[in-house]
Design a protein around this ligand. Structure first.
Ligand code: SAJ
Length: 442
């Protein structure tokens, strides 16, 4: 099988890098998106996504004539579906007192429907969108059967999740191992042939439902692991232990790898994907469900630590450092730091946020500082919510000269407690009930 022309449906964080990488490797690619703004932007030679290296790749691909964009698919040798699978805003599932989120598969369904008029015998269709288990066999295959063609017999159908890290997508797309699950072994083989055009990592062939589960298992494993770390932080706090010290010692065990506690789990993957398992089988997923609950509640635990530091939050001025969903990124969406800020404000605190990766963020109800100095100058307390490298490197002696605050709260283990204490700060550390006690002695 030879792929001369492919159609990539959905030109977002995954679709656009995938489409342009195929084009850069000599394939004729038609990128399809229903959003006319995206199509116009790309046709003007600009891009709508911030990802290192992507602009260059897209511009080169469009100039070479190998990459075109349009609002509708055309006939092609292969179709790749890479559209979002968000949650329904106002629809929830219920099982035995568990209320869970439901995946909104409408974009996947309409993307699959859009290829119906163009699907031919011998084609390959690949779903890349993160989806609940059995989506490929139970939703996509029957939908495409409306053409009269059968998946696995007349055309190939496969599921292949992306596993790239934002910020490194262009490199990881090529270098990461890739799993391809077919509805038949021949479909997996066709998928392998397609992705071998640019993938240098190992390509593993399996069935479609296994590939769907692999993706969900990876992110659920991380979520459950972070939940236990967060629960450990609460236990350590209760028992007068420093959770960070305890985890670092436990992790010396060769078969233990506990992740880090913090203000909660944000982003669009780890905090989302476990729900797909819960939705698909609520009766089998109490652990996954409760881990989501633990992580979603963690901002409240952070606020309890702040209350311990400041006694009351009413009218207290708090300088918050970091609002992104994780270190060294500019993505503020689904950020637990954002939730912590709102909870502090609900308790009457006056919060000013310094986010060096998005200083001019325009968020309702959040006051952004224009600089670190601006944030901390008049503060009663300084609070670290995201472990950006530049925050970990702050010199507490210098900070002490720029603020009247003498209370520092570290929710992410970014600061050296001793150094901050030596510079005159009372340091409160998430999951470490030892820190204020030690401080009082010194
Ligand atoms: N977090 C913790 N403690 C930890 C690790 C993370 O609280 O020990 C928090 C982070 O602060 C953040 C959230 O969890 O709020 C998620 O961060 P992450 O780095 O675990 O994951 P994402 O969502 O940025 O990206 C992940 C990537 N997976 C891994 O790094 C293992 C990426 O490879 C996947 O492609 C992506 O999910 C995805 O699409 O599934």
């Amino acid at each position: 099988m030879k792929f001369q022309k492919i159609c990539v449906i959905g030109l977002g964080y995954i679709g656009l890098p995938t489409a342009s990488t195929f084009a850069a490797h000599g394939v004729n690619v038609l990128g399809v998106d229903i959003n006319s703004h995206i199509i116009e932007t790309l046709n003007r030679g600009e891009i709508h996504i911030h990802e290192p290296g992507l602009r260059e790749e897209v511009t080169k691909a469009i100039r070479s004539g190998k990459f075109r964009v349009a609002s509708k698919p055309e006939e092609a040798d292969a179709f790749i579906i890479a559209v979002p699978t968000p949650f329904h805003e106002n629809k929830f599932g219920e099982y035995n007192g568990m209320t869970y989120k439901l995946a909104d598969m409408r974009a996947v369904i309409s993307a699959a429907e859009s290829i119906l008029p163009f699907l031919k015998k011998g084609n390959l269709v690949v779903l890349e969108s993160t989806s609940p288990p059995r989506t490929t066999v139970d939703l996509i295959a029957p939908l495409l059967a409306r053409t009269g063609l059968e998946a696995g017999r007349d055309f190939h159908l496969a599921y292949s999740p992306e596993r790239v890290l934002p910020g490194q997508i262009m490199r990881e797309l090529i270098e990461n191992a890739r799993v391809i699950g077919g509805v038949s072994p021949q479909s997996a083989e066709a998928g392998k042939e397609l992705y071998s055009i640019f993938v240098q990592g190992q390509i593993i062939q399996t069935d479609a439902t296994t590939a769907e589960m692999v993706k969900l298992m990876e992110n659920t494993y991380r979520d459950v692991n972070i939940a236990i770390a967060n629960e450990f932080s609460r236990l350590a706090d209760k028992f007068g232990v420093d959770v960070w010290e305890a985890i670092s010692i436990a992790n010396l065990h060769p078969r233990v790898k506990i992740l880090s506690p913090g203000p909660g789990v944000g982003g669009h993957c780890i905090s989302v994907d476990p729900w797909f398992f819960v939705e698909a089988a609520p009766e089998l997923t109490p652990l996954i469900y409760h881990s989501r609950q633990v992580n979603d509640a963690q901002p409240h635990f952070v606020v309890d630590t702040v209350k311990r530091a400041l006694v009351t939050l009413s009218k207290k001025k708090i300088a918050v450092l970091g609002l992104a969903y994780k270190p060294d990124v500019d993505d503020l969406r689904e950020s637990p730091a954002n939730e912590v800020v709102h909870l502090l404000q609900d308790e009457g605190a006056q919060v000013k946020v310094w986010e060096p990766f998005k200083p001019d963020a325009n968020l309702p109800d959040i006051q952004m500082a224009s600089s670190l100095e601006d944030a901390i100058k008049d503060a009663d307390a300084i609070m670290l919510l995201v472990k950006h490298t530049e925050f970990s490197q702050l010199n507490p002696e210098e900070i002490a000269k720029k603020t009247k605050a003498r209370i520092a709260i570290d929710a992410v283990n970014g600061w050296n407690s001793e150094a901050w204490k030596e510079s005159g700060f009372q340091l409160f550390h998430l999951g470490d009930n030892k820190s204020p006690a030690v401080n009082q002695k010194s």
